[in-house]
Unconditional design. Structure first.
Length: 194
C-alpha cells in the first residue's frame, strides 16, 4: 500500500514545484516588462483623488503563497516586489514599505523597488522621502511617468512649484511618452503655470 502512494506523492511534489516555477517566471516577466516600459507605472494621484482599494478575491491566498516562497528564498527580489504591490493595493503602507526596502536590499539599483517604496512612503505622508526615492529611480533611468509623479509630489504635497514645473516640463520633453501620459502632463503644466 505504501508503494502505491509514493509515486502520487512524488507527482504532487513535481506539480507543486512546477507551479511555483511558473508563478516565479510570470512575476519575473511582469516586473521586467514594467522596468522596460516605465510608462506603465501608475502616477501618484493629485490631492483629493486618493483611491481606496478593496481587497480583491484571493488576495490573502496570493500573499500566503508569496510568503511561502520567501521562506525558501528570503531575498528573492521579484517575490518581495510582488508582496509590496499586494500590500499597496491593500493600503497597508508599513508592510509595503518593508517589502520594497527588502527588495532594494536585494537589488539596490532597481527602479520598480524605488517606485513602490515611494508609493508606500507617500501613503504614510512621508512625502519628502517619497520624492527622494523617485529621484533615485530617475537617476537610474529617465521615465516620464516618474517625472509626472515627482511633479505631483512637489506641486501638491511639498509646495515646491519650481521643482514641479521642472519635472513636468522634462516629462513632456521625453520621446518615450504615451498619449495618455502626455495629456496628463500637459494638464498639470497648465495648472502649474496659472
Amino acid at each position: 500500500m505504501a508503494e502505491s502512494l509514493a509515486p502520487a506523492s512524488g507527482m504532487q511534489r513535481f506539480t507543486a514545484w512546477g507551479m511555483a516555477g511558473i508563478v516565479l517566471l510570470i512575476c519575473a516577466t511582469a516586473v521586467g516588462y514594467r522596468v522596460l516600459h516605465p510608462d506603465l507605472l501608475t502616477p501618484l494621484p493629485p490631492p483629493g483623488e486618493h483611491v481606496t482599494s478593496r481587497s480583491p478575491a484571493g488576495m490573502n491566498e496570493d500573499i500566503a503563497a508569496l510568503m511561502q516562497q520567501l521562506q525558501a528564498n528570503p531575498n528573492h527580489a521579484q517575490t518581495l516586489l510582488s508582496l509590496a504591490e499586494h500590500f499597496l493595493r491593500l493600503n497597508d503602507w508599513t508592510s509595503a514599505e518593508r517589502f520594497a526596502r527588502r527588495a532594494l536590499s536585494a537589488i539596490p539599483d532597481d527602479i520598480q523597488s524605488h517606485y513602490l517604496l515611494s508609493r508606500a512612503l507617500h501613503g504614510m505622508g512621508r512625502n519628502e522621502e517619497a520624492a527622494a526615492s523617485l529621484e533615485r529611480a530617475l537617476q537610474l533611468k529617465e521615465a516620464p511617468a516618474l517625472r509626472y509623479s515627482l511633479g505631483i509630489l512637489y506641486a501638491y504635497y511639498l509646495n515646491n512649484k519650481q521643482k514641479a514645473l521642472s519635472h513636468v516640463r522634462q516629462g513632456l520633453a521625453s520621446p518615450a511618452l504615451s498619449a495618455r501620459l502626455k495629456a496628463d502632463l500637459q494638464e498639470e503644466l497648465a495648472k502649474l503655470e496659472q
